[in-house]
Design a protein around this ligand. Structure first.
Ligand SMILES: NC(=O)c1ccc[n+]([C@@H]2O[C@H](COP(=O)([O-])OP(=O)(O)OC[C@H]3O[C@@H](n4cnc5c(N)ncnc54)[C@H](O)[C@@H]3O)[C@@H](O)[C@H]2O)c1
Length: 389
């Protein structure tokens, strides 16, 4: 079977990882790389020895001059729509990183374009492919838990150390952490609940990443550099250096003094139809990264974590507990998800499988993120009625 020809757009942190992973596949050929910062695309083409891949800075130019089957979109959150729409219009299969986008309008535009194209978009909610979450879903669908009552998800993430010096700290670029980060978890809550969300209440605070008197705006100029546990390395990683040289923000911005309009810890409560109550805790000040999940129904509860190799199933009647093994390679990032999500996308392109998440499914987590943002700002519960497609 001939190779799938793919173009990858957005060669930053996630995109460069993707280029490296796809370049190793025997069934796919990377025919083009595209980034507004041309040197990022050139750097990755050279690093992965993609001698025949063409380099672009604009998706329209790419589509006009390259023959490809699929476009993989790893631009930052507020820049998905501007790439996905022309790619769909040109008849390509599209892999769109999570979240779908950050505004209702952009999401609706993608959903409409995808429908017009006949359903060619695969949304990269990779956690649906993580063996632990796939197994939780299987247990729920088997009926072993009975009628669902509660879903608890939490995330502790060491990544505040980078988020607060990157675009992720701005609502205008990532929708705030309720979208750029929590969309993963809101997607899982909705997927597990299998029901429509009705109401959201969220509390969110920024307590750690707040201005520090006496600290400079960049680590290199800061009197606390030697002792600050959150200092940036003196030398930027190659792609970050390229961004910096292209006029982007310095790599060693002070996490505390750089302006930001999102939070560093928050808790959201979501009520779903059928009286299913869900919570999500987000903490990006943690010194470790892990996600835990517990889903409980009238017959049993199941729990596990992204770093674990078993699920615990606690049955109510008769009271008993069993361990369910999970077949997972934890060396693969995101709890083993990142290999399967790619395989699944390329199978979809070949007409041999369906995405677990299509744009209309990915609309819900964005709506939940918007509702949580509004709730956190106003300290009131927000009805989901206003966010229908
Ligand atoms: N699924 C996951 O687990 C996961 C993990 C990390 C990041 N992500 C997602 O991946 C995406 C990229 O995140 P990142 O951290 O790599 O961001 P990044 O800022 O490191 O990289 C984004 C790149 O896109 C480029 N770009 C933006 N708009 C463009 C356009 N219109 N045309 C061409 N290039 C454009 C930028 O120049 C930049 O190089 C985000 O949507 C993020 O949420 C997903």
């Amino acid at each position: 079977m001939s190779k799938v020809k793919v173009a990858i757009v957005g060669i930053g942190g996630r995109g460069s990882w993707l280029v490296g992973a796809v370049a190793k596949r025997a069934d796919v050929e990377i025919v083009a790389l595209c980034d507004r910062i041309v040197k990022r695309a050139e750097y990755m083409a050279q690093k992965c020895q993609l001698a025949s891949a063409r380099i672009f800075t604009d998706i329209h130019d790419l589509l006009a001059s390259v023959d490809c089957d699929a476009v993989m979109v790893t631009t930052s959150d507020a820049h998905h729509c501007e790439v996905v729409l022309p790619a769909l219009k040109a008849g390509k299969f599209v892999f769109c990183e999570k979240p779908l986008e950050i505004s209702l309008k952009a999401c609706r535009d993608i959903i409409a374009a995808d429908r017009k194209a006949g359903g060619k978009t695969f949304v990269g909610f990779n956690l649906r492919y993580a063996p632990v979450y796939a197994k939780v879903k299987e247990v729920i669908d088997s009926g072993r838990l009975g009628k669902l009552l509660t879903i608890q998800a939490d995330e502790f993430y060491d990544g505040g150390r980078t988020y607060f010096r990157r675009w992720n700290r701005f609502r205008s670029e990532g929708g705030g952490l309720w979208i750029t980060k929590a969309s993963h978890d809101f997607d899982l809550l909705a997927w597990f609940a299998g029901a429509k969300p009705v109401e959201v209440y969220a509390a969110a605070e920024k307590t750690y990443y707040v201005p520090r008197p006496g600290a400079a705006m960049q680590c290199r100029d800061c009197q606390f550099e030697a002792t600050c546990p959150d200092r940036a390395p003196r030398e930027a990683a190659p792609l970050v250096k390229i961004r910096e040289e292209a006029g982007g923000e310095p790599h060693d911005l002070c996490l505390f003094n750089a302006p930001s309009d999102t939070f560093d810890h928050g808790i959201a409560t979501v009520t779903f139809e059928g009286d299913i109550l869900a919570t999500y805790t987000c903490n990006v000040v943690a010194g470790f990264s892990d996600r835990r999940i517990r889903v409980a129904g009238t017959k049993a509860a199941v729990e596990g974590s992204l770093s674990g190799k078993t699920l615990t199933l606690r049955q109510r009647d008769p009271s008993a507990s069993t361990e369910i093994p999970i077949d997972v390679d934890l060396a693969i990032s995101h709890g083993g998800a990142d290999g399967d999500v790619q395989d699944s996308f390329f199978r979809f392109v070949r007409g041999a499988g369906e995405p677990k998440c299509r744009p209309q499914d990915a609309f819900t987590p964005v709506c939940l993120g918007l509702a949580a943002t509004l709730s956190g700002d106003t300290h009131r519960a927000v009805s989901m009625a206003r966010y229908r497609l």
